[in-house]
Structure formats: C-alpha cells, structure tokens
Design a binder for this molecule. Structure first.
Ligand SMILES: [Zn+2]
Length: 464
C-alpha cells in the first residue's frame, strides 16, 4: 500500500510522539476545576488534540470529557474509539513507567499497548492517508475517551453530545478482529449473620479478601479462635490443592490465616489462583461452630468451591461462539452483621443476563439462606463472522500478517460496547505477551509500525 512508505518515513516522529504522550501520567484522578478526570488526563487530551491540529486535522475538545481529531469529508464517519487514561503503574518496572524508554527495539511505558500507543498509531495512520491524497467517501475520526478504565463517563458524554460513527473499531484488545465480547455482570452473594452457637467448634472472627471483583484475588485472610489443632489439616490441604495457606499464632487460641493466590484478569479466572476460594474451602474442612457464618462457608464450598465456570451454582453456560461462562469470586467482606461475596461473571454471547440470574436463583433454593443480586451489567456484543465490517478488517489483517486465524471472541469489555457497528481490532498481535495493566508494558517498534500500517489500510478500506 502507498501508505506504508509514508508511515516508514514518519518512524522517528511516531516514536517521539509516543514517548511524549507516555510521559504525561494520565491515571484518572478526582476532578480539579474544569478537568473532570484530573490534570493528567486533561493534559494528555490537550496533547493529542494539539498533535492532530499540527498535522492538519480538524479537532474538537468536547468539554474536557472527550475529544476528537478528524480528516476528510462526507456525510458518514468511520470512527476509531480509544482512551487516554491508564491504570496505575504498580511496582517492579525495569524502566521508569512514564518515560517511554526505547531499549532492545522496544518502547516501554504505561499505556504503550493500552491505549496510548494505539492513539498515536491511529493519528499517523490518518496522516499517511492525508498525505496520499486519495479522496474518501467518509470522514475518519479518532474519538478520544478519557476514563475507560473506570466508568466510561467520558465516552458516554461524547456519544450524548457528538456524532456516533457509522462504523469503526476500537484498538484496545487483540488481533485478529474480535467479533464478540461476553456479557459482564457483577453479582453480590450475601448472608445476614444472626445466629452463632458457642458449641466449642472453631469460631471465625474476621474474613476478608480481594481488591476488585474483576481481578482474581491474590490475598485473603481470616482470624479464627480454635482450641483444636489444625496445622495438619492445613498442610494436607496445601498439599492436595497446591495452595499457599499459612497461619500466625496471635495467642489466646486465636490465629490469623493467610491465603496467597496468583492474580489474573477477572475474565480469565483459570489463569490465576483464587486466594478467597482456597481460604473458604480450607475453613470448610474445620470443625466450625454451628451458625450463619459457617453456613455461608459450607454454601461456598458446596456451590462454588474451586470452580471457575459456575457449574455448581447453576450458571455453567457455554456456546460455540464464545465458549464457557467464567465465574470469578473477587471480593470477600465480613462487616455490619453480614458476609458478602462479589463475583465477576462473563457469560457467553448468545445468552441473556436473566438466564444467568435464574440459574443461580434456582441453585440458591437451598437451606443456606444466601441471597444474590446483580450490582452491574453490560450485555454481550456479537457480530457474525461474515459481517462486512469483520470481513474488511480480517482481509487487511491477513494481507499484512499472513495469519490464517479466524475472528475471535473475548471476555473483556471494550468501547465496542459503547455504540453499534464497532468491534475491537488489535493492537496486540498473536503470540505477544499480554502486558496491559502489568509491569514492563512494552511493544516492539516493528510491531508498532506494522500495526500502524494495518490501521491505515483498514481505515482507508472502510472510508473509501
Ligand atoms: Zn484499554
């Protein structure tokens, strides 16, 4: 394609712009004055709008909630939906997370994959199309969202006040094209604690675990009072399940139990080790006091256990298009006379949320008196593989990579859900490490350039 040569010529500028954008730490913060998501997000928005202006694009700041840069003319518009905010950097980076360090043919930095790198790729893809001077039938607009990592207020503000694209993609996931995203719900299992019989059994005084429902919890804790020795039960449990449970003796027959797991994204619970699940399943092995809290623990071990697909709790759904439902117990709390467990569920694309709910409700028809309610829900999206948008994106992807893979479905949620006729497309090529939200987030410069070319050609094909 003609664009490829232009993009190669821009390589230095592409790297510089990427570094400059990474250097603006754009984690979402509390509103300051007219900046609804804090100063970092604001500066990153202004940076990209200025870059677009300097390259000769139309630009608009949508009340600091969003923005866009645009080229071309025509009634219809092809949209690229991307986001400027990043998740916090965490610890353990080889290079500073907000430097944009180039080393070993890679660019390192928070947001290089998710989602600042793709913003720069799209801008230079648009620039190459502009330089080529080929007339288009549709405009091409890069829509800049601001708080995708939390509640999407920015993109919703944009869609309320500005034009929605006729079609488009969001460069915020994997290649090849993603034709389906599972439904996502957070549900809360809860039980009121009224009765507890002081019968000489082990008493559970406190329980806690996890940070967010959509992460596999890497730590959970309990304090128990026990006159019975339990070290051998714990050792046997660790051995049988390859778990990592330990305890501290706090004196006066009181012990702190610590369960260590391995974190993973909530959409792939099987990739982690759930610290909450191991803690509760181990507690179930003890001779607990009769009472409401023990019943909750029994409920957990009978209906959830170590499962990650919700079979025993009545929602083990599966379809051909997107595989199995995933079930991730993410947060455990004991407070105010209640025990609560927040679970992140991702259900297959051909189902509806009420089928998940009714499955769980019928499983809950049990003597344990545990309730369940839905806290939040985003429906699945699905586009047939032979849809013109998918066919066009797949055609361009194949032309550049030779990869014969079919379109895929994912459990993650992207801006593709925000409006019709948009699917996720890249930037992560197959076989590359999934480093979004992790330390040492990087992208190879050669991949970066290749994906920029894929985006340029895809945008041209959609807009011509
Ligand atoms: Zn993202």
């Amino acid at each position: 394609m003609k664009f490829d040569q232009f993009i190669d010529e821009y390589q230095d500028a592409i790297i510089t712009s990427t570094q400059e954008l990474i250097r603006i730490k754009s984690t979402e913060e509390a509103a300051v004055g007219d900046y609804p998501f804090g100063e970092g997000v604001q500066k990153s928005l202004e940076y990209v709008l200025d870059l677009g202006k300097n390259l000769g694009f139309e630009t608009k700041n949508v009340d600091n909630y969003a923005g866009y840069v645009e080229i071309g003319s025509g009634k219809e518009m092809v949209g690229v939906l991307a986001h400027l905010d990043v998740v916090p950097e965490g610890e353990g980076w080889t290079y500073p997370p907000y430097e944009g360090k180039v080393a070993d043919g890679r660019i390192y930095g928070r947001g290089i994959l998710d989602d600042k790198g793709p913003i720069i790729m799209t801008i230079y893809a648009m620039k190459a199309i502009l330089d080529a001077g080929i007339p288009l039938n549709r405009r091409i607009r890069l829509i800049l969202g601001t708080n995708e990592e939390t509640n999407w207020q920015g993109i919703h503000y944009y869609l309320k006040h500005e034009e929605a694209p006729t079609m488009g993609f969001t460069p915020d996931a994997d290649f090849p094209a993603i034709h389906g995203e599972k439904g996502i719900m957070n549900v809360l299992f809860e039980k009121e604690l009224r009765e507890n019989l002081n019968d000489g059994g082990v008493e559970v005084l406190s329980l806690s675990g996890g940070l967010r429902a959509n992460m596999v919890p890497e730590r959970a804790e309990a304090t128990i009072k026990s006159t019975q020795a339990f070290g051998h039960i714990l050792d046997a449990y660790n051995k049988q399940h390859a778990a990592k449970l330990s305890f501290d003796d706090l004196g006066d027959t009181t012990y702190k139990l610590i369960s260590e797991g391995i974190s993973a994204h909530g959409s792939t619970p099987e990739a982690g080790v759930n610290a909450i699940a191991h803690l509760l399943n181990f507690l179930d092995k003890l001779d607990l006091q009769i009472g409401d809290l023990s019943n909750f623990i029994r409920f957990y071990s009978r209906f959830i256990g170590l499962e990650t697909n919700g079979e025993s709790i009545g929602c083990g759904l599966e379809d051909q298009e997107s595989g199995k439902l995933t079930f991730n117990p993410g947060v455990l709390k004991l407070a105010d006379g209640k025990v609560g467990l927040e679970v992140n569920i991702r259900y297959p694309v051909t189902f509806k949320d009420f089928i998940v709910e009714s499955g769980i409700t019928s499983a809950l028809d049990n003597p344990f008196d545990v309730t369940c309610r839905t806290l939040s829900h985003q429906g699945p999206i699905y586009m047939p593989k032979d849809h013109q948008l998918i066919k066009t994106l797949m055609g361009v992807y194949k032309r550049y990579t030779g990869d014969p893979s079919e379109p895929i479905t994912i459990g993650g949620g992207t801006y593709a859900r925000a409006c019709d006729n948009v699917v996720a497309f890249g930037p992560l090529l197959p076989g590359r490490p999934e480093l979004a939200h992790q330390k040492d987030e990087f992208m190879c410069i050669s991949d970066f350039m290749l994906v920029t070319k894929i985006y340029a050609t895809a945008l041209y094909e959609l807009a011509k």
